[in-house]
Ligand binder design. Structure first.
Ligand code: ZN
Length: 227
């Protein structure tokens, strides 16, 4: 019973509210951050081309298996000056990892040897009761988002870009994926739309991402559970 309560609390406080994790930046800037999960992939060169055309640097949360499968694409992300952070040694929800594997999950980072900060975005935003503790142990900062590009759906690029722009505010952290075929075209429209609104896309470090406060967490809870 206590274990179940701990799991429920991790889901509500950790993932849905996101309390204490990094979320959007200040609302009184003209900056937003575009982030990509799950890469590198076969789509990375196309994303790099669009980013370069718009003169934008983004943040890529990469997984260990994708880095092994796409070393050249990882190299080109680093060479182009994008921010590279961890999305896990396994692309697995935290609740499906036994504690010793979650320890290894938080330990892995594509720039582990560099000086920090080292960010970690949990797959699916998922939290176990140990996630925040293990992040602290390994010196990782959990990084979430406030706007989903929904590029895993079957909608077309124009629709997804319009819906993403509608939800984007100054300071927003936008979640896209390095993998879906639609994402480069979506990104191109999104960046053009941001430019029209006078918003500048930067990396999470440049935003900078802020810790999600009690008040902001309550708003996220309402949005997450549809209240
Ligand atoms: Zn992911």
């Amino acid at each position: 019973m206590a274990a179940l309560a701990a799991v429920a609390l991790a889901e509500v406080l950790g993932r849905a509210a996101g309390w204490g994790a990094l979320g959007p930046g200040d609302a009184d800037t003209n900056r937003v951050a575009v982030t990509f999960d799950d890469g590198p992939s076969d789509q990375t060169p196309a994303l790099l081309e669009v980013l370069s055309r718009h003169g934008v640097r983004a943040t890529f949360f990469v997984t260990a298996p994708a880095c092994v499968a796409h070393p050249a694409e990882l190299r080109s992300l680093l060479d182009a000056g994008h921010q590279i952070e961890a999305h896990g040694r396994w692309h697995t929800h935290a609740l499906l990892l036994p504690p010793w594997r979650e320890w290894a999950q938080l330990r892995w980072h594509p720039r582990a040897a560099d000086s920090g900060p080292h960010l970690y975005r949990p797959p699916y935003g998922g939290h176990s009761p140990l996630t925040r503790l293990l992040a602290r142990v390994h010196g990782r900062r959990v990084a979430l988002w406030d706007v989903e590009g929904r590029d895993w759906t079957h909608a077309d690029a124009a629709t997804l870009a319009r819906q993403t722009l509608e939800r984007t505010r100054p300071g927003s952290v936008i979640l896209l994926h390095d993998g879906p075929a639609v994402t480069p075209a979506l990104l191109n429209r999104l960046l053009a739309g941001l430019e029209t609104r006078g918003l500048t896309a930067v990396t999470l470090n440049e935003l900078p991402a802020r810790r999600i406060t009690l008040r902001a967490g309550l708003g996220r809870l309402r949005a997450s559970y549809g209240g």
